[in-house]
Design a protein around this ligand. Structure first.
Ligand code: PSU
Ligand code: MN
Length: 305
C-alpha cells in the first residue's frame, strides 16, 4: 500500500525518527467493542499506561480518508461518541473509506496494516478475531488471521474469546506460520478467563525474550506476525461458568436474529456484557490495560536490542 494515505501523529513520527519505542493500538474496540463513555476513558487510560512504561502510544484509525497512526484526544472522542456512524474497518473496507475520505474504526487486521506501514512493530489489543464456531461450514474466519499470516507486527492480546472456536483458530495460525507465544503461561488464554485447556507454541517469561524472538523472526526473513498471549490477571478474571452461559445465550440470540458478517463480533460482545451485568466489560478493560503495559515493555526491549 502507498504511504500517501499514511499520516503519523507528530509525536509518533518523532519517536520513530529517534528510534524510540512506539505501541500501536486499535480503534474498533473504542467504537464497537465498548459502550460510551467507558470506551473513551479506557482508550485514554491505555495511552497513559503505554507512556508510563516508556513508549509512545499510537492509536490507529481512518480519519477523513487518511490512515492515521496516532490520534489526539478529540479524534479518540469522535470515535467513541460516534460509534454508530463510524464503520468497523477491516482490510477489505480500507479502499472504499480512503477513496471517499471517510472515517473508520480499525480492527486488528487494519491496525496491523497501518502499524507496519508506519514502521511500528508492536501492537496491543484486547482479543484478536479468529475462526467462529461453525466456521468449518460458514467460513466465518476473521480477516485478523490472514493478516497475522502476512504482516510483520507482534500483537499482544489476552487470547481469543470463546465465542470463537479456539482449536480451529490455533490450527489456522499453525498452518500459516504464526508463532503463538505465551507470556508467563503454557496455556492459550480465553480472553475473559486465563485458561482454555489449549497450549501455546512456546512460553517466554520476559519482555526481553519476546523482543529477541521478534528480531529472530523478521531478521530471518519470515514475514508473518506474532501473537503474544497475555492472560488477564487472576483478580480480574471472569467466572468461567458465567461467561460460558452468557456466550451460549449470545450465540443463540445472534442465530435467531440472523446477525452475520462483521456485525457478529460487536453484537456478541454487547450481549455478553448485558447478560453478565457489566462484569465482562470490567474484565475487558483490565485485560486491555494489562496488554498495553506488556506491549510497551516489549517495545522498549525491542528498541534496546
Ligand atoms: N474482540 C474484542 N473486542 C473487539 C474486537 C474483538 O474483545 O472490539 C474487534 C477487534 O477489532 C477485532 C475484530 O479485530 O473485533 C474482529 O472482528 P471480525 O471477527 O469481524 O473480524
Ligand atoms: Mn467474520
Amino acid at each position: 500500500m502507498q504511504k500517501k494515505f499514511l499520516q503519523r501523529a507528530p509525536e509518533v513520527q518523532e519517536a520513530l525518527n529517534e528510534g524510540r519505542p512506539v505501541v500501536a493500538l486499535e480503534s474498533t474496540i473504542i467504537a464497537h467493542g465498548m459502550p460510551f463513555p467507558k470506551n473513551v476513558e479506557t482508550a485514554l487510560r491505555v495511552e497513559h499506561i503505554v507512556r508510563s512504561a516508556g513508549a509512545v502510544p499510537a492509536t490507529c484509525a481512518i480519519i477523513g480518508g487518511q490512515l492515521k497512526c496516532g490520534l489526539n484526544s478529540d479524534e479518540i472522542e469522535l470515535l467513541g461518541r460516534g460509534a454508530a456512524a463510524i464503520p468497523k474497518a477491516s482490510r477489505r473496507d480500507l479502499a472504499y473509506l480512503l477513496s471517499r475520505g471517510e472515517h473508520g474504526a480499525t480492527t486488528v487486521a487494519s491496525t496491523m496494516i497501518i502499524a507496519h506501514l508506519a514502521g511500528v512493530r508492536v501492537f496491543a489489543t484486547g482479543g484478536i478475531g479468529g475462526v467462529h464456531r461453525g466456521g468449518a461450514t460458514t467460513m466465518d474466519i476473521s480477516a485478523d488471521l490472514p493478516e497475522l499470516a502476512q504482516t510483520p507486527v507482534a500483537v499482544v492480546s489476552a487470547g481469543v474469546k470463546s465465542i470463537l472456536d479456539l482449536p480451529l483458530t490455533l490450527e489456522y495460525l499453525e498452518t500459516h506460520g504464526v508463532p503463538v507465544i505465551g507470556y508467563q503461561t503454557d496455556e492459550f488464554p480465553a480472553f475473559y478467563t486465563r485458561s482454555s485447556g489449549l497450549g501455546v507454541d512456546y512460553r517466554l517469561d520476559s519482555a526481553a525474550d519476546i523482543a529477541r524472538l521478534m528480531h529472530a523472526q523478521w531478521d530471518a526473513g519470515l514475514r508473518a506476525g506474532i501473537i503474544i498471549a497475555n492472560p488477564v490477571a487472576a483478580e480480574y478474571e471472569s467466572d468461567p461458568a458465567l461467561i460460558e452461559h452468557a456466550i451460549a445465550a449470545a450465540l443463540a440470540a445472534a442465530e435467531e436474529k440472523g446477525i452475520r458478517g462483521k456485525a457478529i463480533t460487536p453484537f456478541l460482545l454487547a450481549y455478553i456484557e448485558q447478560t453478565t451485568g457489566g462484569k465482562s466489560l470490567d474484565t475487558n478493560i483490565e485485560l486491555v490495560c494489562n496488554n498495553a503495559w506488556l506491549a510497551a515493555e516489549i517495545a522498549v526491549a525491542y528498541q534496546l536490542l
